[in-house]
Design a protein around this ligand. Structure first.
Ligand code: SAM
Length: 292
């Protein structure tokens, strides 16, 4: 990858920017800034970004990743909740990447409140996500922007493992199924603590999601389907040690009705939720069960 158009931020520039803005990173907003250009290059390479992409970045912070994205993508929209950081971002782009600074658009907002009107048809999501809201924010963006084809996010290592877990594994659960509703989920590397300022007390991991092409999935990814499928997933894992017949009793009205739905979907009612993949959940949610 060429980085000719952008000078990435190292430890000295990160401290310089933080001092200039009087920023003391807060835990509440998950503010751990990357001060290692190699990590930025790794993330961008793992995301396969090209000039055809409009990348949406959640939580640009001081701009470490944003500069790398400006260098490789056709356009970048950065969504930042912290007003001081958001306000400085265009100046940082001018300072470190003047030739491509006009590719940047900043949205000063809580990512959870972003709607389809705020960002025009992004093709990729690339972010070092704020850890405390990483999964809900990720799912919100996948739901809101059907144009996002690729996702590369840095999250807590444990969350990365859960997102990418396969059916049958102990850590397979709600985030794994919901993420695979949208696409193929894979671990894309590990990141140590030393690349951040301040250093977090946890390891991080990269996750890549490639959205299922429309002709390779049997379900629409619209709100109606989501509202049908996701409550069944939530119920199946709320009591994950129970059989599906018992765990889904509340959702279907009774264990007998749950059994009827499971059988109609061709699923053994004695199984546990952790054995089902996303296609099983979609099929099950599509079964109509008569009221008792
Ligand atoms: N991308 C930068 C980097 O890699 O150095 C910063 C990443 S830092 C882990 C997370 C960033 O997300 C912070 O800049 C924080 O202010 C921002 N943030 C936290 N909660 C947010 C939210 N709900 N919406 C948008 N941004 C948020």
């Amino acid at each position: 990858m060429s980085t000719t158009a952008a000078d990435l931020l190292g430890p000295a520039e990160i401290r310089q920017l933080a001092d200039k803005l009087g920023v003391t990173p807060t835990k509440k907003l998950g503010q751990n800034f990357v001060h290692d250009p190699n990590t930025v290059r790794r993330i961008i390479a793992a995301a396969d970004i090209s000039s055809g992409d409009h990348v949406v970045e959640i939580g640009p912070g001081l701009g470490s990743l944003t500069l790398g994205l400006l260098d490789t993508a056709g356009a970048v929209t950065a969504v930042e909740i912290d007003k001081r950081l958001a306000a400085e971002l265009p100046a940082t782009a001018q300072w470190r990447a003047p030739a491509v600074a006009d590719r940047l658009n900043v949205v000063t907002q809580d990512a959870m409140q972003v709607t389809a009107e705020d960002v025009a048809a992004p093709t990729a999501l690339v972010a070092n996500l704020p850890y405390n809201v990483s999964v809900p924010v990720l799912l919100h963006f996948l739901a809101t922007f059907p144009t996002i084809e690729r996702v590369l996010v840095m999250v807590q290592a444990e969350v990365a493992d859960r997102l990418a877990a396969e059916p049958g594994s102990k850590i397979y659960g709600v985030p794994s199924v919901k993420a695979s509703f949208y696409g193929k989920v894979k671990r894309a590397g590990s990141i140590g603590r030393h690349v951040f300022w301040p250093e977090p007390n946890i390891e991080s991991g990269l996750v890549r999601i490639d959205r299922h092409p429309e002709d390779q999935r049997s379900w629409p990814q619209d709100a109606q389907t989501r509202e049908q499928v996701f409550p069944v997933v939530d119920a199946a894992f709320a009591q994950r040690r129970k059989t599906l017949r018992a765990a889904l009793g509340g959702h279907y009205g009774s264990p007998a009705q749950a059994e009827e739905a499971l059988t109609a979907a061709g699923i053994d009612p004695k199984l546990r939720g952790e054995k089902l993949d996303v296609t099983d959940f979609v099929r099950l949610a599509g079964v109509d069960v008569a009221e008792e």
